[in-house]
Design a protein around this ligand. Sequence first.
Ligand SMILES: *Cc1c(COP(=O)(O)O)cnc(C)c1O
Length: 398
Amino acid sequence: MTDFEWTRQQFDLPEGMIYLNGNSLGPMPRASVPAMTSFLNDEWRTELIKGWNTKNWFMQTNTLGDRVGRLVGAAEGTTVVGDTLSIKVFQAVAAGMKMVPDRRVILSDNGNFPTDLYMVEGLMKLRDAGYTLRTPDPEDVMDAITEEVGVVMLTEVDYRTGRRHDMKAVIEKAHALGAVVVWDLAHSAGAVPVDVGGFDTDFAIGCTYKYLNGGPGAPAFIYVAPRLLDTVEPFLSGWYGHEAPFAFDTDYRPMPGKIERMRIGTPSIASFALLSVALDIWDKADMDEVHAKSIELSELFIREVEARCPGLKLVSPRDPAARGSHVSFAFEQGYAAMQALIADNVIGDFRAPDVMRFGITPLFVNEADIIDAVDKLEQILEEERYKDAQFQKRALVT
Ligand SMILES: *Cc1c(COP(=O)(O)O)cnc(C)c1O
């Protein structure tokens, strides 16, 4: 049984803050400070270059990869961490294109996170071989999977609305028609139970700074189906993916049969120290229980907002099974209302054009937080506090 009182205690949230933004940047675990101090004092300072062996820095891409993989249904030896999610989009889609060389259509949807689409655009330009990227509405993706499509690249949980694709159905149809599937799990890992191995996706990628609480700029991850590990082309063919990195050969040979081939170059070991203690908390959590609790809290939040904040319109799916772990409401003055809420120490965020977004993260958010947050939101709306000039000015990062 997941002890949510215990998990809540593991995070060092500022006094009085209700943090409904763990879907965008997870909060800091209390263990982060001693872990970073120990990394500095007992690893970098004292071990220096020896740390690659004595502290196993070189293989942390894999040991941490396995721990992240467990949370998304990946078998050991199929996931590595490193680089950024944008880079992993490029790597996975490039590998997918190579697997279906005679097809020139990449399918995504217009709800995908822009960087995923941008990276594919750049990749298509680089290939310069007549590729097109199709981005139908998310609801129309299933019908858009045809024999023309080479790679289906989707984000399971929509970053704006929280709408969830049916992973299993998409994979089955795509495979039946000969397409390769890449899932972006940025808003799934640590939010909803995922079974990349059971569903047999070709690739899955994601980040660890959202629900997994690995810290700003924490590494991304990539999963490759075991059946592909012998043949998948790494493309971003860095020395970390080489069969014998320390042979320093002039020609590239990918590590045969192993996920190491998807590594690129030297990762941020300091960042790994933070991810490791964040995963210590996840090691004590059961993903199904976390999801069940997320649904409970989300249903409470939706019920309270709809009863007390009539100006807000739910834009997330009403069916909890069709939703990730964040809840979004449209409100014309959404940006300013969110700024007013943040001034009241309830932290959510805003996504253009009018979406107020709230992450529901049971590891550190409870029922009382949800009620307090809606109390404050109701007051702001009643008093029309969002009309204050101070809340109208857009910051660089929303
Ligand atoms: C958060 C997010 C990203 C961010 O990519 P970075 O390279 O880490 O900046 C990309 N794709 C999706 C779907 C996301 O939700």
